[in-house]
Structures are given as C-alpha cells and as structure tokens.
Write a protein that binds this ligand. Sequence first.
Ligand SMILES: O=C(O)c1ccccc1NCC(=O)[C@H](O)[C@H](O)COP(=O)(O)O
Length: 278
Amino acid sequence: MSRLPDPASLVRGTGLPKSSHLQRVLVSELARLAQATPTAPPVRGPLEGPGPFELALRREAAARGGAVIAEYKQASPSLGPFAAGTPLQAQLQAYRDGGAAAFSILAEPAYFRGAAAHLTAAAEFGLPRLYKGFVISEAQLAEAESCGAEAVLLIVRVLKGHTAAFAEAARQRGLEALVELHDLTEVPHAQEARARMVGINARDLSTFTLGEPTAAPLRKAFPDAVLVRESGLATPEDAQTSLRAGFEAVLIGEALMRSPDPKGFLERVFADLRQEAR
Ligand SMILES: O=C(O)c1ccccc1NCC(=O)[C@H](O)[C@H](O)COP(=O)(O)O
C-alpha cells in the first residue's frame, strides 16, 4: 500500500475556516472513520491505463459531443435536504435512459445523505460509478472498492501535495481517480498525480461563489486528460455551453435531482450536440 498521511493531520492542515462547509464535512468524515472497521487490503488488481469510467466518458463525448456524469445526492451542506427520499432506482434509471455516461453517487452520510450501499445498488444499471466522497484515508478507498465503484473523487484543495499518493493508492485498488481542482494554482498536484480525468469545480468550496472556469488553460496543462466541468449547471443549455467550450464532460447534481423530468433534462443536453458532433 502507498504511504498516505494521517487523516487527522490532513484535515487539520486544510487551511479552511472551521465553519466552512467543506471543513465541517471533513471533520465529520474523520469521526465516521474512527468508528469504522479495520481497512480491508486491496482485492482487485492494480489498474493499468484507462479504466471503464474514463473510457465511458471518452466514448460518449466522441459519439454525442459531450458526456454527462449524473449525480445522485439528496442533500448538501449548503442547501440541506433538497431532494430527500428521491428513490434511487427510479432516478438512476432516468439518468441511464436519458443518456448519462456515468453516475456520481454520494457516499458521505452526514451532510449529503449518501451511502456506500447506494453505489452497490447502482451496479444493476451497468454504468460506471464515481464514489463521490471526501477521501482522506485508505479506509474510504477500501469502501469505494468494496461497493464496486469504478472511480473515486480526489479533491486537491484537501489532499494538496498528497494527491499523487492517493491517486496511486486508488490505482492499486483498481480505482480510477477524478482529480478535482478549484483553480489553476492546484494544477501541479494533479500533474504529479498523473491525472487522466481532471475536474474543475466551478463552486469555490471555501466561499461558495460560482465561477466560470474555462477549458483552455486546463487543456494546455493536461493535453491528454478528460476534462470535466463540475457544479452549478442549472439547465441543459448551461451544460451544452460547457461542452461546446472544450470540456469533454460535465457533472450535474442538484439540477437533475430537482428536475421533475431528469431523463428529458439529459435528452435536451444532447439534442443539438449530437448534430454538431456529426
Ligand atoms: O454543495 C455543497 O454544499 C458542498 C459542500 C461542501 C463540499 C462539497 C459540496 N458540494 C459538492 C459539489 O461540488 C457537488 O456535489 C457537485 O459538484 C455537483 O454540483 P451541482 O450540480 O451544483 O449539484
């Protein structure tokens, strides 16, 4: 196993205000991990080259002009429970029928009402699954592996200079990494991690303001990676704008969870893109 830092020192060293949403989530995860069973050793073989999550994004981006990672979350720290009780199976079915390339499924229980069991239950839909959590320990990678996730989210704002070690630990468990940045100062950590999928979160997780990230500087820094725009996409047109602007994929959560017709929402994302991709 790779040498990973002590999760408590990682959480102490984020530099985020104690009251910030992200810091509160991390502290909560630390408490949950303290109660967890001993970390299981890797079972899957190590990952060499691209995995099924990346391949699905590349395939759908080539075929449709863009790929969507459709997120299942019932709550968030900033909004509280905005989609509590939304049936998992019906929502994921709508995502698949609407043309999603992959799922992002919240695993964090306290603030997002997520569960690793949701990832296990999503297996029947046959789309690759992102373990959407706040990874600070090997135990969470073990949880992601055991619930069948294909990929994990690694947040550079949290992991900083340890991002590469976490990406390697994930690979050793057969897990792909979506490495999430918030600004370009974080690029070197993702490069060191040899990130094949790079997400840029438009939501500043310290201030919660939404920015408008551009793909061009990321493309320069990661010529061969799949670029994913995350957060704050409220309409199908917003998603199309990002996909036309150089991102191969978008990650959409709240808007899909609030939509009365998530399948129709996704179909509208692809409607014009498909013609443009021809
Ligand atoms: O959204 C929050 O309140 C939050 C708080 C602390 C850490 C992360 C948080 N959100 C995670 C995300 O950024 C989103 O789940 C994801 O990118 C999807 O965004 P959206 O489409 O805006 O739901």
